[in-house]
Design a binder for this molecule. Structure first.
Ligand code: ADP
Ligand code: MG
Length: 591
């Protein structure tokens, strides 16, 4: 029906609007970024659906965003030819907060004690549609979904707890498809209704939107017009007696007119030649695309050719997000022929343990209507995955080779755990992961070392790579097992992170040298004197029996060992049993 109907906002919405208006007051201009990003999402959705339903594009083929400003009346109108909304969608989308981005922002704002203007929050979350009320007293959304015959109008005012929806009946206001948002600016914010202002904001915030954004702009060109101007007496005489040619009298004037002007560059950055893209541009692209506020630690832009062709840019973020391993990270955005397909994968394109790496992938070889099943079955996807993983490791290796050692320390600090997980989950890539690992050692003080560094400083007579797992550096340093090895000046890796030992046990060896746990029984340091050992064993056989009797079931056996130099005895794990550290781990997991 066409009559206007009044709706109450869901309670959270009113609170959210309040929070947004108060916390983002000094960052009002984000409203444009939010509205453009919604328009771009709506265009993406339409483009995606039109792959299987080309009739959706019937009415208007151009997918674009147009921003019109009326400075005299302080009005901004933003029109997209995207997917639009039905009446019900208007209620669901603009009256409740079920949407992910907005809901997250809401929660984060609630969680932060002071709901002050936190620029980190602003960078991390889209604040969404309601940010329009940062600058507008009244917002009108007129929208037409291809699913609906009718166009509907949502109308809301700042500081209100209700909004209205009616059918659009004004013939002049009908649009073929998409959404037109009209902002009636607050008195103090009317300055936003200038094409130049809008242009600056687009360049600042929405540079990487992949649809054309136009602004309605006054233009001018100079032209010569003939004028009827009387020549001076002298000119007249000269012309008449033929000493000068008769002159046409013209004047230059500037012809003014209004027209749409394209503001953004719509070629995606990944299609450009890497040589022409600056680090700044990569950084900006990363931040805009993944809603981040810090520059990435590294990036890698590449094209692969041959069997499978695709382009990609990968990034290593500067910091870890808390929930990286637990939730879907949406870290890889897949495009097919520039059409955004999905960022909702579960290891098909990129292994989960590398989910901290973010990136975009654009393939010409996949079908546009690629489904999850296709992704799982596809040989092309398998090849892509393999190449992406290699590139990711190259990029990480790049950080480790950087002159600035801090970079890799930072990387390791944030993402070391993920690589250790890789040792467990991705055996085929052990060769690539192992050189990236870092450990403390008996000779490195508080610095982490790489396995290459370890191997390089191995003693000539040393065959294996030694390690001990402990719950802290202090207990590792004080372990009696170390004595003999220190005497020989053999370096021992200190595995103090619970995952270290699992990683090492999965690797088994590095550069053909086995990892050996120095706390396990029968440690062979290559210096056995069998004769002497036999003698000593004979001599102490009764002592051992006696101790075993005293300890009973608490130990499996009591043996003479040559592994100690100053401590009288040590508890060791059996050759095939859990190490003490693993036992701790297992216990922790079952608790
Ligand atoms: P988010 O973009 O994080 O989902 P928003 O508050 O920005 O949250 O937008 C809420 C919802 O409103 C969007 O998810 C979308 O469904 C709908 N919406 C907003 N703007 C448009 C638009 N221009 N065209 C179609 N739908 C839109
Ligand atoms: Mg949004």
């Amino acid at each position: 029906d066409s009559s206007s109907e009044k709706y109450e906002y869901q309670a959270e919405v009113s609170r959210l609007m309040d929070l947004i208006v108060h916390s983002l007051y000094s960052n009002k201009e984000v409203f444009l970024r939010e509205l453009i990003s919604n328009a771009s999402d709506a265009l993406d959705k339409l483009r995606y659906l039109s792959v299987t339903q080309p009739e959706l594009l019937r009415d208007v083929v151009d997918l674009d965003i147009r921003i019109h400003t009326d400075k005299d009346n302080g009005i901004i109108t933003l029109t997209d030819s995207g997917i639009g909304m039905t009446r019900q969608e208007l209620v669901d989308c603009l009256g409740t907060i079920a949407q992910s981005g907005t809901a997250k922002f809401f929660k984060a704002l609630k969680d932060s004690k002071e709901a002050g203007a936190d620029s980190n929050l602003i960078g991390q979350f889209g604040v969404g549609f309601y940010s329009a009320f940062l600058v507008a007293d009244k917002v009108v959304v007129s929208t037409k979904s291809p699913k609906s015959e009718k166009q509907f109008v949502w109308e809301g005012e700042a500081n209100a707890n209700s909004y209205t929806i009616r059918e659009e009946i004004d013939q002049d206001k009908l649009i073929p498809r998409g959404t037109r948002i009209t902002l009636y600016l607050k008195r103090d914010d009317k300055g936003f209704a200038h094409p130049e202002k809008i242009e600056n904001l687009i360049k600042n915030y929405s540079q990487f939107v992949s649809f054309p954004i136009y602004t309605w702009k006054e233009k001018g060109f100079t032209k010569e017009v003939e004028i009827e101007e009387e020549p001076t007496e002298a000119q007249k005489e000269a012309e008449e007696d033929g000493s000068v040619e008769k002159k046409k009298r013209t004047k230059k004037v500037i012809e003014k007119y209004w027209d749409w002007e394209l503001i953004n560059e719509t070629q995606p950055i990944w299609l450009r030649n890497p040589k022409d893209v600056t680090t700044d541009e990569y950084n900006e692209f990363y931040k805009k695309t993944f809603n981040e506020y810090l520059d990435p630690l590294a990036s890698s832009h590449f094209t692969t050719e041959g069997e499978v062709e695709f382009r990609s840019i990968l990034f290593v973020p500067p910091v870890k997000k808390e929930d990286m391993l637990n939730t879907k990270t949406k870290n890889i955005r897949l495009y097919v022929k520039r059409v955004f397909i999905s960022d909702d994968f579960d290891g098909e394109l990129f292994p989960r343990y590398l989910s901290f790496v973010k990136g975009v992938v654009d393939s010409n070889d996949l079908p546009l209507n690629v489904s999850r099943e296709i992704l799982q079955e596809s040989r092309i996807v398998r090849i892509m995955r393999k190449r992406l993983v290699r590139k990711a490791f190259d990029m990480i290796l790049g950080i480790s080779l950087s002159e600035n050692r801090d970079d890799y320390d930072k990387f390791w600090d944030n993402f070391g755990k993920f690589l250790k997980l890789g040792c467990i989950e991705d055996h085929p890539n052990h060769k690539r992961i192992a050189p990236l690992l870092r450990f403390f050692s008996s000779q490195s003080e508080d610095e982490l070392i790489s396995l290459d560094e370890y191997v390089e400083s191995m003693k000539q007579e040393q065959k294996d790579i030694y390690y001990i797992a402990a719950d802290s550096l202090t207990s590792a340093k004080n372990a009696p097992f170390l004595e003999k090895l220190s005497q020989k000046d053999f370096e021992v890796l200190f595995l103090v992170d619970p995952m270290d030992e699992l990683a090492i046990q999965n690797l088994k060896s590095y550069k053909e040298k086995n990892f050996v746990d120095i706390s396990k029984e029968d440690l062979d340091l290559g210096d056995k004197d069998e004769e002497k050992e036999k003698e000593i064993k004979q001599e102490f056989v009764q002592t051992c029996d006696w101790i075993k009797k005293q300890l009973g079931d608490k130990v499996a056996s009591v043996q003479i060992s040559n592994r100690l130099s100053s401590s009288p005895c040590v508890l060791v794990s059996g050759k095939f049993g859990w190490s003490a550290n693993m036992e701790r781990l297992m216990k922790a997991q079952t608790l």
